[in-house]
Structures are given as structure tokens and as C-alpha cells.
Design a protein around this ligand. Structure first.
Ligand code: NAI
Length: 304
């Protein structure tokens, strides 16, 4: 039976020629770039036209940097840019073999999108979510194809980070799981598989650490620089937790903490008041020029 499933999934994989991505923010644009540079046709959709313009500029300069560093050939870079199509019309994703959702981290908004995607996507298409924490089973319940719904959680920035966490909802089929894993491997990623509980593996462990770094700052134990330096040099992390929170987006960190708090029912996951206050103030991190740190007068080094 396993051989047959693997065979069927390989067939499905061979059939993945076109990837749809919804949400052209920092994650969606990176996922679209990965798919295009790996020889797939891509439709990248966003409701906000300015986000599409920013994504085109970001992908184009990132691909140029990959070419100049010799990580991809010039022809492959040019080919990737030709494979990439941008749209603000969801209907254009009807030809995609897999659609990866990377919109705002809100269960209600994602559920509405999954319902709409179910209506426009090919009947054979896989619907994947890049959610950081939201239940795949609940997103799947908004569709008539729960066996073809799965979590495909890339790390930030997707073209660089090695991991894709794959989350199986209650009804995700083996075929969907194997085809999604194979696609992540085609992108050169290492995969891990998580069951569908709040925060999955990585954010269940990472976000409470980031939240604790906020508490450490909030209660005046140390400065932001010393908290980050302590964790960088003391535990060999490449970035401190507060710098990392700014990279992820403080709004995303807060949403994940709320999902952990609600989903696991333990007060240890309550979001730190300082994190809440920064988000209320619009200090969302690098993407807004200010978060824990102020980037407005600094030249930001590109990440990809
Ligand atoms: P972002 O804020 O950079 O981008 C989100 C984009 O989605 C925006 O361009 C927005 O216009 C668009 N959008 C919102 N609602 C939409 C809709 N209904 N239809 C079409 N487009 C819509 O957010 P980011 O950081 O890219 O995160 C996206 C998702 O990826 C979230 O679920 C987040 O939890 C997850 N994620 C984020 C990571 C991070 O480090 N930021 C890492 C891994 C996952």
C-alpha cells in the first residue's frame, strides 16, 4: 500500500507545475521566489497592489543577488522572473496544482480565503497554509477537500532558511503529505512533520522564548542590547530574541502567543504587556521601520 501511495504522490509531484501563492508579504514573496527559481510557474496574488509592487522589487533584487553570488545561474534567474506572474485576482490561481496561503495570521480571514480557494482551485489541487500557529484542521473544515489541506510552514526568509515544517490536519491524506514533503525537498529544504496542535513544533518552543525576552525587557532586568547579546553569545543563537521578533514581525509574534494561550490553556503563554503595547503603537518590527529597535535611519542589509 505504501509503495502505491508513494507512487501516486510521485505522480502528483510530477504534476506540480504551477504554484499559487496568496499574500505577497515577506513570506509569500519568498515562497514565490523559491518556486520560480526551482523551475515552477508561479501566480502570486495579493489583495493590495502596493504589496505586489514591493514583492516584485524584492524578488527581482534577491534573485540578482543569488546570481551575483553564483548560487544560481544567470539564465535560471532570468527564467524565474519570466515564470512569475502577479495578480490581485484570486481567480487567476485556478490553474495552480498547489496553492500556498501566506496572508495575515488571523483564523477568520484565513478560513474565508480557504472557502474561496476551494471554490476556484482545481479539484486535484492541494491547499497549503504557511500559518505560524493556526489549526490546519479548522482551516480544512472551511473546504470540501479536507484531505487535500495541509500546513507548509516556511521559515523567514524562505529562500535562505533550510526548514519547512509540515503539519497534518486530522483528515490530511498520505498522498497530500507525501506530495507536499516532496515539493519542499525539491526546494532543497529539510522537513519535519508536526501534528496539528497550537504552534506546532518550532513556534511552540520559539515564541515563549521571545515572549520571555519581552518580559525580561519589560521588568527592567536588562537592556534590549544586553538581552540580545546574552542570547547570541551565551547560547550561540545567530540573532538575539528581540532582533528576531523584529524580523518576524511583532504582530505575528503576538498572534502566535494568543493562539498558544488559547489553544494550550496555560497562563504561561499569556502575551507580555510590552509586546501588546508595541503592536498597539504600530511598532511591528523591520517591516514598519521600527519595533523593539529603530531601523528608520539605518541602512538595512538585505536578508536574501
Ligand atoms: P505580511 O504582513 O508581510 O504579509 C501579508 C500579506 O497578505 C500582505 O501583503 C497583505 O496585503 C496580504 N493579505 C492579507 N489578507 C489578504 C487576503 N484576504 N487576500 C490576499 N492577500 C491578503 O505577513 P508575513 O510575515 O508574510 O506572514 C504571512 C503568514 O506567514 C502569516 O500567517 C504568518 O504567521 C506566517 N509566517 C510568518 C513568518 C514571519 O517570520 N513573518 C514566518 C513563518 C510563517
Amino acid at each position: 500500500l505504501e509503495t502505491r501511495i508513494a507512487g501516486d504522490s510521485e505522480k502528483k509531484m510530477a504534476e506540480i507545475k504551477c504554484v499559487g501563492v496568496v499574500g505577497a508579504g515577506q513570506m509569500g514573496s519568498g515562497i514565490a521566489q523559491l518556486a520560480a527559481t526551482n523551475g515552477l510557474d508561479v501566480w502570486l496574488m495579493d489583495a493590495d497592489r502596493d504589496a505586489l509592487s514591493r514583492a516584485t522589487a524584492a524578488i527581482s533584487s534577491s534573485v540578482k543577488r543569488f546570481v551575483s553570488k553564483g548560487l544560481i545561474a544567470k539564465e535560471a534567474g532570468d527564467d524565474a522572473m519570466h515564470r512569475l506572474r502577479l495578480t490581485s485576482n484570486l481567480q487567476d490561481l485556478c490553474s495552480a496544482d498547489i496553492i500556498v496561503e501566506a496572508i495575515v495570521e488571523s483564523e477568520d480571514v484565513k478560513k474565508k480565503l480557504f472557502k474561496d480557494l476551494d471554490g476556484i482551485a482545481k479539484s486535484s489541487a492541494i491547499l497549503a497554509s504557511n500559518t505560524s500557529s493556526i489549526s490546519i484542521t479548522r482551516l480544512a473544515s472551511a473546504t470540501q477537500r479536507p484531505s487535500q489541506v495541509i500546513g507548509m510552514h516556511f521559515m523567514n526568509p524562505p529562500p535562505i532558511m533550510k526548514l519547512v515544517e509540515i503539519i497534518r490536519g486530522t483528515d490530511t491524506s498520505d498522498e497530500t503529505f507525501i506530495a507536499t514533503k516532496a515539493l519542499a525537498e525539491r526546494f532543497g529544504k529539510t522537513t519535519v512533520c508536526s501534528q496539528d496542535y497550537a504552534g506546532f513544533i518550532v513556534n511552540r518552543i520559539l515564541m515563549p522564548m521571545i515572549n520571555e525576552a519581552f518580559h525580561t525587557l519589560y521588568t527592567g532586568v536588562a537592556t534590549k542590547e544586553d538581552i540580545d547579546s546574552g542570547m547570541k553569545h551565551g547560547t550561540n543563537h545567530p540573532m538575539g530574541p528581540l532582533e528576531l521578533a523584529d524580523l518576524i514581525g511583532l504582530d505575528v509574534c503576538l498572534s502566535v502567543m494568543k493562539v498558544l494561550h488559547q489553544g494550550l490553556g496555560d497562563s504561561k503563554y499569556a502575551p507580555c504587556p510590552l509586546l501588546v503595547q508595541y503592536v498597539d503603537a504600530g511598532r511591528l518590527g523591520r517591516k514598519r521601520g521600527i519595533g523593539v529597535y529603530d531601523y528608520r535611519n539605518a541602512t538595512q542589509k538585505p536578508l536574501t
